[in-house]
Design a protein around this ligand. Sequence first.
Ligand code: SF4
Length: 461
Amino acid sequence: MKPSPHIDFDRNAREALGNEFLQRALRSAMVRFRELQAPVIAEIPEWQALRAYAHEVKLHTLGRLDRYLQQLEQEVSARGGRVHWARDGGEAATIIARLARGRYVVKSKSMTSEEIHLNEALERAGCEVTEGDLGEYLIQLAGEAPSHIIAPVVHRSKESIAELLSAAAGTPLPAEPEVLTAAARRLLRQRFLRADVGITGVNFAVAETGTIVVVENEGNIRLTTSLPRIHIALMGIEKVIPRVADLAVFLTLLPRAATGQRMSSYVSFITGPRRPGEADGPEEFHLVIMDNGRARIQADAEMRESLACIRCGACLDVCPVFERTGGHAYESEYSGPIGAVITPLYRGLRAAGDLPFASSLCGACGEVCPVKIDLPRLLLELRARVVRERGASWSERIFVRAWTWVMTRPARLGFAARAARMLQRLVRRRLLPLPYPFSRWTVSRDLPVPPARAFRDGWSK
Ligand code: SF4
């Protein structure tokens, strides 16, 4: 397998910081998401208990994936569906391209399909592919990658969206959201009516009934799964859950944490293809279950819980790093704190070892995660692995040794704190702005005046 190219997060972040439009767009979108999420979460008094329950269910399932996946296969097959197993992204794309070869395809938003670059494989197989989700359709027209798990086009202005849709519609359109969405609706509706194959992702796959559950707000998944003759659903092995009863918890957590809704507008439960006497639904239903590195993560006791992610995007919305860099800086379909954890696990530390350091470790991601993934712990664990693999620079080694020497003796700490306060006063008076490399710290941070009396002094006898 070809090694993944190195992700230069530092360079990408610098570029993003220089883009004023992006800075404004990200800030307002993230603030808006948080404003929507907070009240609907606050109205559920048992929110913390639900998070803990979802965490338990996910970890229980991840510990018995073989059993639940086999059960899922049996139940899907018993209801007339066909299950395909894929070891990696290449195999999954080949299976889907074979099923869809030469046909007209509509596809709903799916991070798993982004992960395996499915559209390219389908186009190579002679398919004409249209993304059915509005944001993904715009991304497809622009030839870009999504920049947020649930708001893929957050980095674009309405003027640039008007340009994209005007070109697709063959007529100039004003930069007015209502006009643009109506135009996109007209363009997409024709594609849905023509499609032979519909491809979706999977939010949850219920082992006990063989049902796949897909949530959305636009209705495009409903059309993708009911109009075309063939429906292909692609899932990672971690999407299985044991029972229908568990869905009540996940479907309470997901929309509130993702878009700040009490319920997603459309929740589709799909159990096999159309049965005799049913008015709509596909003639064929295929479920592609893909590993692509997940079994390796499942076997890694320290990192396993990262597979519990339900892709709500809430950790992105509260991350101060994501809010400034946006998703493209991560050069991965998975961005923000969860991306900084799973991209290195999928692509390796050599390629993506910078990402776990793209965090202030403020802990906000771990606090909002609806399935209680301890993201700060996972980031720290990966940082330790990166340092073990790459080694630390000489300056870091000297710094950490000196730090340890000071911090392990109260007398040394007291002396160092007094010296640091004196130095800080001197620096503030005479040396600001600091020269390189210290300017890397002060360029975006204050150097406050130290208090006359240190906090520690108030507690010493
Ligand atoms: S890690 Fe948690 S908060 Fe982040 S996308 Fe996944 S489920 Fe949502």
